[in-house]
Design a protein around this ligand. Sequence first.
Ligand SMILES: [Zn+2]
Length: 887
Amino acid sequence: MALRFFAGLVCIILRAEMNAENPFNFGDTPGKLPKEVVPIEYSIRIIPRIDKFTFTGTETVKLNVRRPVRQLVLNVLELEVADASIDGKALPDSAVKIDKKNELLTLALPSELARGEHSLALSFAGKINQQGQGLFYVPYQEHGSGTKKIMLATQFEATDARRFFPCWDEPVFRARFQLTAVVPENWLAVSNMPIESEENSAAGKEVRFAATPPMSSYLNVFVAGELDLIESRSGGTQLRVIATKGKAEMGRYALEATAQILQYYNDYFGLRYPLPKLDQIALPGGFGGAMENWGGITYYESTLLFDPKNSSAETKQNIYEVIAHEIAHQWFGDLVTMAWWDNLWLNEGFASWMGTKCTVHFNPQWEVWLRRNLPRDPTRRFGIAKEQAMEGDARSTTHPIQQPIATEAEANSAFDDITYKKGQSFLRMLESFLGEDVFRDGVRRYIAAHKYSNSTTADLWNALSEASKKPAGEIATGWTEQPGFPVVKVKREGEGRVALTQERFTVNFKNAPPLEWKIPLTFAVIGEAPATLLMTSKADSLPDLPADRALKLNVNGAGNYRVQYDDPSWNLLLQALPNLGVEDRVNLLSDAWALVQANRALVSLYFGLVEKLPASAELAEREQLINVLDYINRLLIGSPEGKKFQRYARSLLRPTFDALGWEPKAGEPSTAGNLRASLINALGDLDDSAIIAGCRERFEKYLTDPASLAPDLRPPVFAVVGRYADEKTWNQLHDRGLKTTSIEEKQNYYNALAGAIEPKLIKKTLPIALTDELPTSRAIFLVSRVARQSDHPDIAWDFAKANMKTLLAKTDALGANRYAPGLFTFFAENSRANELRAYAKANLPETSAPEVAKAVDEIQFRSEFKRRLTPQLNAWIDRKKSKPTDH
Ligand SMILES: [Zn+2]
């Protein structure tokens, strides 16, 4: 495993000279499968045996043989294959060979297969999985009755379609897929395309779906169960939201949002959504997020269903954003697909950027760029997407957005913050530099040129360069083909000259290879219109700037770089704070905190800025502060300075909460509810006795009268009550979690159980991860939540270590790589880094090496940061004490 880590480093160092990537070309696309034979159309018939968790299937594949071959090579995984025939002639059993390690099926042919069309037929059998990969089952409690039921669903990205049927399972092998499935008569079956025919037989109901347009195999979907739906139409497209029986009406918000979003994209992309229908399906478990299967998007239930009586504003906003992301994929990902997994960021970075842009367009009040992002890791707090990517990208364990992908395991591990969030952040920076209209024209060119086909990053840059007449590709390569990002240092030099220099920004990364970027800079003299400058070398300058005027770089924080101001520039900015917008203030806060982490500034830089902020209650600004206070609070757990820091932190947050109050006020902005919830949570964690008492009182009332507690307040009130729970309260939370059939509500109760401080109660919470009380995909994260929230990461780790096998059986390979290392990231003692290394060596697969390296880096950083931060904090807080109180 160390080998892979070091291989990564060597690759980074050698990348000083970047090779521009080539436009898409089928023959040159990386991958394992030979390209002589190309599938054109699959006809697949599947018969699930639900009682046995197995299935059988048959398929016929129309092939285009481009050059004569003596064998066929395609993908299978955990399938038994039999009855192979080519052009109607049976092959002997000995001709069928499965290479388990490489997930390949090889069929030896009796004679050379000539150029032209041929037909391959196969029978196969496989299993229905517990984890969300391939075909899987989802156990759930039926809404209303609470009866235990089971439904079926699929999840194929990145490389699991091969678990469902033998196929050319690489994205460049586009084909038509025609699926037929046999399901119980009272079930509804859903796939990418509408149902063409249904027929009842002794075996059940045979459902035949229409064939898809040419697409990549990982975009297939099959869902079946006792389902309900609601529907509408938008233009020529049938829209449906599908959920387990009794829950479809909770899809109303999603259905309405979908019509709005689809219209926006039809216009933006300049090409209408190409399929006759768009289904969105809520799964009450099985997997965690959402998957953009063409025409049949699947969602974890609480990212699609909204119950106006019981769901929070956070849930609603998250639903909108996830839908906007997944529908953007219907063009960017489905209609046009990345050629190979090294370009995954094209799918994910773009869908993240596009989805956020669309969400902001219709919901500007949510401050989306400043705070929200898709919660890929359910144990993490919401935060600014860009900041989360930059945190990881500053470390030694980062990688370029585009990186070579050789194996299936590497394809799966490409789904990380760098791919999604740095990708999104870079596109936003490029758009703000090229201009919105020009950027959109470039995207339209790109979609028109590559529809029903594949592409590389180079194709997107070429389209954007043509549209903008600017060298988009030249700017981009530094950001997508090398790791990290720059900090721009600002220095006033007299006579109105401002010197700019760039260097690589790193955290906990000694001797980092120096790198340079072409930075699309934006800047503004406060009070004047912003301007741009493409910084193409190590040093540059801005002329003619009055020495007494404040200068802000990275206007609205839209750029993916840090800025470090010299003292005169910083002091001018502090004076100008009231004249800056919330985007710029959040950007200054984020940069200041990052400079403290990077040991480029003392903590007084950050808190000095915080104390000068205007006394407004802007959500994003307060949340940036809350995230920092939370980070420090958890870092100081158990140390003598902890209480003192909590007192200081409360003094920063309390005035905002007192102004907001517990109860919603008529006419308050919609973000007030989010802010109130965040503050209750944060102040509860900071041991604020009035907040704790207020939460307990409201929880008591809620137990007898649920309507007495607003949905927005439920998650924080439960969390605070759970944190300071005694056995009786623990049981009350648990009983309600057991009974509710709402996935969102269930999660709120169990999250609260995970935060208890009392070790005896934590030891009651942890074993729930081994049961089926929570959906499979979420159960194991209960342990991660305990590690993060309970003050006892040690108890969580001891439990996980003792039960690792059972826990990992509930997750897929990717989850397994991240799980154990993830539990260590809440430690701040170097000895734990050694313990993790030793544990990984003895127990974890080699594919978890990058995650182990990240966790080791995080522990070492926290240990060093804690040592460095503690005296600085003491000095800052004591300075406060010696002065008359501010609050
Ligand atoms: Zn996505």
